[in-house]
Write a protein that binds this ligand. Structure first.
Ligand SMILES: NC(=O)c1ccc[n+]([C@@H]2O[C@H](COP(=O)([O-])OP(=O)(O)OC[C@H]3O[C@@H](n4cnc5c(N)ncnc54)[C@H](O)[C@@H]3O)[C@@H](O)[C@H]2O)c1
Length: 383
């Protein structure tokens, strides 16, 4: 085996996603497994160069993981010809400028979603990347989750018949930060810093719906800020200017309708933090992050509405667990591996900056729909 090094500038590795999912669970995990076997006698060896604003935080991470390269000077890192890929997991509002610079420096781009805070900027990045002839990818991790992979298996196997509707429930209580620390960063609740649940979650719903059921053709939403004041990382109160809940209805190509609630102000009475119920003429399924259960039409009970009688059986128990039939890797790592193969071998890769722009488009139209109280068509994007 020959080892080929791929050097990746990783910006935002001190953050939640950058550190845990991308550095530790993806890039370092690939190194722990001996690199990425390209199947042609070559092993790709990712070498992260940590980039950020706080030297001591970068140094601490580097030392903890026995890494030797870190820098607070993005321009210098981008000017380094040995760097192949620029990865961005910064706060969303800082992303566009950094990606522009990285494209101009000729680096391949891999980025967290949303790729930008507005559609014009997201499309501009996709065009710049295409014109520069570089490879580019946007994180779309949810479709690599075991629960959704099992759901996809049911769809591909024809289990549902005609799919009629999708009901998504996402959310949990994010503490306000006064009497218990908030478990998400405070910028998520400030519109001026790129926060808000629509900008955060609609990009995910766009590719989940698109890949599993059909392109989103219309959006209608009600978006709100239920909790107007929160407390930041330093215990200081601030005005929560961004939305913390969104109630959306999406029509899909092919005729199905999807209805997804996204909320940071809801307490969990579900098995998983996100669940999608899919109802079809021949069967239904409920998929979460890891699990998926199904009910075929031949095993569907026949409830009769009668509030005078107590329910005598458990509807929940009448569903069947979809077996694993496979081993599932971390979704972020799985997508990183596909992107690295795309860079090294030119393998096909569809989750690019144009796909990322579709997510930004849905978020933008979702916010507009709510502000104006009307349903919006979602035009098909092209470059
Ligand atoms: N794919 C997913 O499931 C998923 C989940 C959560 C967040 N995200 C995305 O990942 C990105 C990072 O989110 P996070 O939750 O890790 O955030 P975070 O606040 O934990 O981390 C943000 C990172 O950006 C850096 N940064 C750069 N400029 C900054 C500035 N001006 N102010 C504050 N921080 C700055 C921070 O140092 C830190 O490294 C966001 O774009 C978010 O949308 C994706």
């Amino acid at each position: 085996m020959t080892r080929k090094t791929v050097r990746i500038a990783m910006n935002g590795v001190t953050g939640r996603m950058g550190y845990r999912q991308h550095l530790v669970r993806s890039i370092l995990a690939i190194r722990e497994q001996g690199g990425l076997d390209l199947g042609d006698g070559t092993v790709l060896w990712p070498e992260p160069v940590l980039v950020g604003r706080r030297e001591h935080a970068l140094q601490e991470i580097a030392e903890h993981h026995h890494l030797t390269h870190w820098s607070t000077d993005l321009d210098a890192v981008l000017a380094d010809e040995t760097i192949d890929i620029y990865f961005d997991a910064q706060v969303t509002s800082a992303r566009e400028e950094a990606i522009r610079k990285a494209i101009a420096a000729g680096k391949h781009i891999y980025t967290e979603k949303p790729s930008a805070t507005g559609l014009d900027a997201a499309l501009a990045l996709a065009r710049l990347a295409r014109n520069a002839g570089i490879k580019h990818g946007v994180v779309q991790d949810k479709i690599f989750l075991p629960g959704l992979l099992k759901l996809k298996r049911l769809i591909d196997g024809g289990f549902f018949g005609e799919i009629l509707s999708v009901r998504g429930e996402f959310g949990y209580w994010v503490f306000e930060g006064d009497w218990q620390d908030a478990q998400r960063p405070s910028w998520n609740y400030r519109a001026e810093d790129g926060g808000g649940i629509v900008v955060d979650m609609f990009p995910h719903w766009e590719y989940v719906l698109h890949e599993l059921f059909g392109r989103v053709t219309t959006v209608q939403s009600h978006v709100t800020t239920h909790i107007p004041q929160r407390w930041d990382e330093h215990g200081k109160p601030y005005a929560a200017t961004a939305d913390d809940a969104a109630y959306g209805i999406f029509q899909l190509e092919g005729g199905a309708v999807a209805q997804i609630n996204s909320s940071w102000t809801v307490r969990v009475n579900r098995d998983e933090l996100v669940e999608f119920q899919v109802d079809g003429t021949h069967g239904s399924a409920v998929a979460g992050l890891r699990n998926c259960r199904m009910q075929h039409r031949s095993a569907t009970p026949k409830p009769v509405w009668n509030p005078d009688l107590p329910v005598t059986h458990s509807f929940r128990d009448q569903w069947q667990e979809v077996p694993d039939n496979d081993t599932y890797d971390n979704g972020f790592k799985a997508q990183w591996e596909l992107f690295l193969r795309h860079v090294a071998l030119d393998d096909p890769y569809t989750w690019d900056l144009l796909a990322g722009a579709r997510g930004v488009q849905l978020a933008e139209l979702g916010l507009k729909s709510s502000a104006e109280g009307r349903r919006y068509d979602v035009p098909e994007l092209s470059l």
